[in-house]
Design a protein around this ligand. Structure first.
Ligand code: TXA
Ligand code: MG
Length: 325
C-alpha cells in the first residue's frame, strides 16, 4: 500500500531521531538516514554489511539545494542538474563542509541526487535535510525494487519502510563525476550516455569495466544466489540444455525473439522487447529465478546503447569475475 501523508511524517520523525527509513525512488529502494548524523550514517553500513570506505549518495528535495552540500558547482554540473533532476542521475562534486566524512567513505567528494518519486520527494521535503541512501539490500546482493523486497532482505533492521509501489526505472542512477576537466560516467544507469551527450554537446567517457576505484564496481555485485553466465545470444539454448543435462537447475533469460523456441531448462524468463521494461524488470527476474531454485542463470548482454549499457553493466557484475564466456 502506498505511503500516506501520516507515514511520511512518521518517517521524517524517524530520520530526525537518528533512525533508518527505507524509501522508494524511481530507480530502486534506498536505505535512508539523516546525512548529517554520523551515527545514523554508520548504522547504514552495519545494516548493509557494507565496507565503510564505500561512499553514499546524498538525496535532496530540489536542485536548488545542491549548493548547500558541495564546495562548488561547475557549469556542466548545473546544466545536468537543471536538465535531469528530479531523475536517475547522481552528480559527484567536491564535498561541502556539511557532509560528514562517514557519508563519503572518507572522500573529499560527495555524490548528490534528486530522486523522481513522489514519496521520496515528500519525505525529503518533510524532513528538510539531506538523506544518505544506498540501495536497501545487503552488500553485493540484488537491489530491491519493491517494498516487499526490502522487508524480506532487511526486515527488522530498518525502523520504517515507506511503500511507494514498484520502481519505474528499475536500475540505479547514472553516476557522473563532474570534478574533472570533462564529466565522466562512473556507473551507467537510468539516464543514458546518449541523453548526457545531447545535453552536454559532446560525448561522455564510457565507464571502464576494470576500474575498481568506485565501490559498486567490484567484480561481483548485484548478484543473485544463482551463478550467472553470459553467452552469445545464439548460444543461449545450447548452453542451457548442456548445463541442465549436467544436473544444474538452469534459469534462462530468453530474448523475446526466441520466445517460442523449445527450451530445456528448469525455469525461463522471457525478456521484454523494450529496454525500459527490461531495466524495470531486471532485478525482479533475478530474484524470481532464485526463488524458483535455479543454481545457474544463462543470459546474454544486450546491445551497449541506451539503457542496454546499464543492463549489461549489472549483468556483468552479477556474473562476477567470470564475465563473458
Ligand atoms: O539509484 C540510485 O543511485 C540508488 C537510489 C537509492 O538512489 N542508490 C544507490 O546507492 O545505488 P548505492 O550506495 O547502492 O550506490 C551508490 C554508489 C556507490 O557505490 C559509489 O559507487 C558511488 O555511488 N559514489 C557515492 N559517492 C561517491 C563519490 N564521492 N565518488 C565516487 N562515487 C561515489
Ligand atoms: Mg547498491
Amino acid at each position: 500500500m502506498t505511503a500516506t501523508s501520516s507515514d511520511i511524517e512518521k518517517a521524517a520523525g524517524v530520520l530526525r531521531a537518528g533512525g533508518l527509513v527505507a524509501l522508494p525512488t524511481e530507480t530502486v529502494y534506498g536505505l535512508g538516514a539523516n546525512a548529517e548524523d554520523p551515527a545514523a550514517v554508520t548504522r547504514i553500513f552495519e545494516v548493509k554489511g557494507r565496507p565503510p570506505t564505500h561512499p553514499l549518495i546524498v538525496h535532496v528535495a530540489a536542485a536548488a539545494q545542491l549548493d548547500d552540500w558541495v564546495a562548488e558547482v561547475p557549469p556542466a554540473a548545473r546544466l545536468l542538474a537543471d536538465r535531469f533532476w528530479p531523475g536517475p542521475l547522481t552528480l559527484v562534486l567536491r564535498r561541502g563542509t556539511r557532509v560528514p566524512l562517514e557519508a563519503t567513505g572518507g572522500l573529499e567528494t560527495v555524490a548528490v541526487r534528486v530522486p523522481d518519486h513522489p514519496v521520496a520527494l515528500a519525505l525529503l521535503s518533510a524532513f528538510g535535510g539531506g538523506v544518505t541512501a544506498p540501495s536497501a539490500n545487503r552488500f553485493g546482493q540484488v537491489s530491491p525494487t519493491t517494498a516487499a523486497n526490502v522487508r524480506s532482505e532487511l526486515g527488522g533492521a530498518v525502523d520504517f519502510v515507506l511503500d511507494g509501489g514498484p520502481c519505474e526505472v528499475g536500475v540505479e542512477s547514472t553516476i557522473v563525476d563532474v570534478t574533472g576537466e570533462q564529466p565522466a560516467i562512473l556507473r551507467p544507469g537510468g539516464v543514458t550516455r546518449e541523453d548526457l551527450a545531447a545535453v552536454l554537446g559532446h560525448p561522455v567517457a564510457v565507464p571502464s569495466t576494470s576500474g575498481v576505484r568506485v565501490p559498486g564496481q567490484h567484480p561481483s555485485h548485484y548478484a543473485p544466489r544463482a551463478r550467472v553466465v553470459l553467452v552469445e545470444p545464439k548460444k543461449i539454448l545450447a548452453e542451457a540444455e548442456l548445463a541442465q543435462e549436467d544436473g544444474c537447475q538452469v534459469g534462462v533469460f530468453l530474448p523475446p525473439q526466441l520466445a517460442d523456441a523449445p527450451v530445456k531448462a528448469h525455469a525461463v524468463v522471457v525478456l521484454p522487447e523494450s529496454p525500459a521494461a527490461y531495466a524495470r524488470g531486471l532485478y525482479g527476474f533475478l530474484r524470481e529465478l532464485d526463488q524458483q531454485g535455479c543454481d545457474l542463470i544463462v543470459a546474454s548482454l544486450p546491445p551497449e546503447e541506451g539503457l542496454g549499457l546499464a543492463i549489461g553493466n549489472r549483468l556483468r557484475r552479477a556474473a562476477g569475475p567470470r564475465a563473458v564466456t
